[in-house]
Design a protein around this ligand. Structure first.
Ligand SMILES: [Ca+2]
Ligand SMILES: [Ca+2]
Ligand SMILES: [Ca+2]
Length: 222
């Protein structure tokens, strides 16, 4: 149930769901460590690399999709998580599933799956796992996920776990481009698909899957 009921007020943005609250908490924790991104352009320069690594995700997706029907259902996801030794509770898993199933067909399509994995990566950041090299058993992908988290941290200037229009404008201005205002608005609108004036990490990730072009076989009848 992803109704757009959050409200932007001086108090801050209020998470709409439990999973979103967890996301915000994990982001803020990550934000306290700083970020290595210096401009929005450096993020754009990474698009091809991100695209490549998303494409590698396809193999994982196919592995998870045991009956090869093109979507990962709850059971398939549950099984795969236990194989990867990702220890999420049943409730967390269900919440994640619902949060990422944006077309509400009870299955994870490829782009939804990428977003889901990245959220798992973010949420799996617990201190107990610090000594292990890999957080979710997918070391190749994790550096890409870290890049995405880092990009979001760069955009979220006031560190409240959301990106506002002004933050987007500020971030793009730092690159010192002439048309930066317009670009910022366009990027922002692409991200804020529920048009509530605020971009959460999940929306940001979905926008990314579109920007780097993983959906180009379907959708986009431009
Ligand atoms: Ca399936
Ligand atoms: Ca779906
Ligand atoms: Ca913010």
């Amino acid at each position: 149930m992803g109704g757009a009921v959050g409200r932007a007020e001086s108090v801050g943005w209020i998470p709409e769901t439990k999973i979103e609250a967890k996301m915000v908490e994990a982001l803020q924790k990550r934000e306290s460590k700083g970020c290595s991104v210096k401009s929005f352009n450096t993020i754009i320069l990474k698009f091809p690399k991100i695209d490549q690594s998303f494409r590698k995700c396809k193999a994982i997706f196919e592995q998870f999709d045991e009956d090869s029907n093109g979507v990962i259902d709850r059971e398939e996801l549950k099984k795969s998580f236990s194989k990867l030794e990702i220890s999420f509770t049943e409730e967390e898993l269900n919440d994640l599933f619902e949060a990422c199933d944006i077309n509400e067909d009870m299955g994870m399509e490829f782009n939804e799956f990428i977003v889901l994995l990245c959220l798992v990566y973010l949420l799996a950041d617990d201190p107990a796992a610090l000594h292990t090299k890999s957080r979710i058993g997918l070391p190749n992908l994790e550096s890409t996920f870290e890049t995405l988290v880092d990009a979001f941290v760069f955009l979220d200037k006031n560190k409240d776990g959301y990106v506002s229009k002004n933050e987007m404008i500020e971030a793009i201005n730092e690159g010192g481009e002439r048309s930066s205002g317009r670009i910022a608005m366009k990027r922002f609108e692409e991200m804020d698909w529920d048009q509530n004036g605020m971009v959460n990490f999940k929306e940001f990730l979905f926008a990314f899957t579109r920007w780097v072009g993983i959906e180009d076989e379907e959708d986009e009848e431009a």
